[in-house]
Design a protein. Sequence first.
Length: 177
Amino acid sequence: MELVASIASWMGLFFFFAIMVLAIVSIVLGLPGCWIIVAEAIIFALITKFDQGLGWWDLAALTAMAGAAELFEFLITAYGAKKFGASNKAILAALAGGLIGAFLLNTVVPIIGALLGAFLGVFVGAFLYTYAKERDRGQAFRAGLGAFMGRMGAVLVKGTIAVAMAAVIVTQVIHYL
């Protein structure tokens, strides 16, 4: 019976870490990977009765990191667009375009379509809004490019924070194995 419990425990840890890796990858697709990591950490802590390395302070720190990641994602995307001349409404159009693009292209080519759609949608959203307002293709292209570059930077920063969150969890959990 002890062997079965040990195998089940190791399988649980394998799936726990696999979901964490998938959550990190999901950030590139525009999904809330940091919040998935927080939810997974809470579930782990509850299942283990806070006895396997993750405590309240860890969960609070992970929640703060996820909140910071979301804030940085928004600010960096907005900064990139603004730096290249996009208006505040063009920035909102870029964010909406990213969501719409991810959804639409994901229906055509799952996963890779969402990735491409998220990045292209940001560009198209800022481009279309700026072009409709300014009637200047050059300015619209710069706004779209800025939104695209901002999105790339935002994903990089948010992904880095997600990896740091995973490192916190792994170091805490492995310490108790």
